[in-house]
Write a protein that binds this ligand. Structure first.
Ligand SMILES: NC(=O)c1ccc[n+]([C@@H]2O[C@H](COP(=O)([O-])OP(=O)(O)OC[C@H]3O[C@@H](n4cnc5c(N)ncnc54)[C@H](OP(=O)(O)O)[C@@H]3O)[C@@H](O)[C@H]2O)c1
Length: 307
């Protein structure tokens, strides 16, 4: 399969780099700044699974030159609209689009633009960051990329995709429940992001604060009530596991949203929190805690933009 990785940042650079290292046919769609950096220094990954340094195949939006078989979309939510314009020439009638973005709003945008048949479900579990010098650093061993047809079917194209993804140095997983997987990941991220950003600390610190444990469980309950009202309840084993993880007194877990907040970087608040608040409220679920988390991130974003 010819694969186009849209973005060579933390996730695109990591999974695309592993695929390229394993000899797959991978091209990165990049913008000028990142293109210059990658041409000069190569694509470099620092990882507990082994470092990578290679000269990647690059393309810019003005020179895509026809459809690819698969597109791994790895931009942040706030870059999505512009990226859709840029990647459009890479989408043909047979192209499969795998978005690693969190939440569900991007799915509506992608389906609206390219049609239901083009868009697969995808969940990416990894902790990587892009360093100032352009290296991608993997912060924890987890490195799972799951994908599947939204309707759960095991189509011939999914088998072809799976053959390409497997054996490339990360955990590739063909899922027949990818839509539920995506909603469960959204529950986890919205809760974790809401808790850590509103309380400005990791889970252990929040648990140790007066009323912290109750706050964690109440915010999680709001999120679960919302997705349940929306017809996407988490699976049976998911909730006990997430409750135990969130209330572990020794946990130092935080969220990428909180890490971005601490760095003074933009956060994906609209996609991860705002969209869930809107959908949940629309379904009649009261969400005061998640709304508060979202509101303060909106203030942060506004100040960041100097408005
Ligand atoms: N990082 C993680 O551990 C992780 C884990 C799971 C899921 N996710 C999700 O994955 C998504 C991507 O996150 P990330 O951490 O990989 O972000 P990131 O490190 O900021 O990388 C995104 C890359 O996209 C590039 N980009 C933006 N617009 C583009 C365009 N039009 N054409 C080509 N490249 C473009 C940016 O490059 P330039 O701005 O330099 O051009 C940037 O390098 C997010 O939705 C995030 O929530 C991240």
């Amino acid at each position: 399969l010819r694969i186009l990785i849209v973005g060579a940042g933390s996730t695109g650079g990591y999974f695309g780099g592993r695929l390229a290292e394993a000899g797959r046919d991978v091209t990165f769609l990049v913008r000028k700044g990142r293109a210059a950096q990658l041409r000069q220094d190569g694509l470099r990954i620092v990882s507990p699974h082994g470092d990578v340094s290679l000269a990647p195949q690059l393309v810019t939006a003005d020179a895509i030159g026809g459809p690819y078989d698969a597109v791994l979309l790895t931009v942040k939510a706030y870059s999505l609209a512009a990226a859709l314009e840029d990647l459009a020439p890479a989408i043909g009638p047979e192209t499969m689009i795998l978005p690693v973005l969190n939440g569900m709003r991007h799915m509506d945008l992608l389906v609206g633009r390219f049609g239901t048949g083009a868009v697969l479900g995808c969940v990416c579990k990894v902790a990587t960051m892009l360093e100032e010098d352009g290296r991608i650093r993997q912060l924890a061993p987890v490195q799972e990329l799951s994908y599947g047809e939204i309707n759960g079917s095991l189509s011939a194209r999914m088998q072809r995709l799976d053959d390409t993804m497997r054996g490339a140095g990360f955990d590739a997983r063909l899922s027949t429940t990818i839509e539920r997987d995506m909603w469960e990941k959204w529950v986890m991220l919205a809760s974790l992001g809401g808790i850590t950003c509103l309380m400005r600390g990791h889970l252990g610190e929040v648990n140790a604060a007066p009323g912290g444990r109750d706050f964690i469980l109440a915010l999680l309950a709001e999120v679960v009530a919302a997705v349940t009202a929306l017809g996407h309840p988490p699976g049976e084993t998911f909730l006990p596991a997430i409750r135990a993880g969130f209330t572990a007194p020794t946990s130092t877990q935080t969220s990428s949203m909180f890490r971005d907040l601490q760095k003074g970087a933009p956060v994906e608040a609209d996609q991860i929190l705002g969209d869930l608040v809107a959908r949940g409220s629309g379904a009649g679920v009261a969400m005061p805690l998640l709304s508060a988390a979202y509101a303060q991130l909106c203030i942060y974003q506004k100040r960041l933009g100097g408005q």
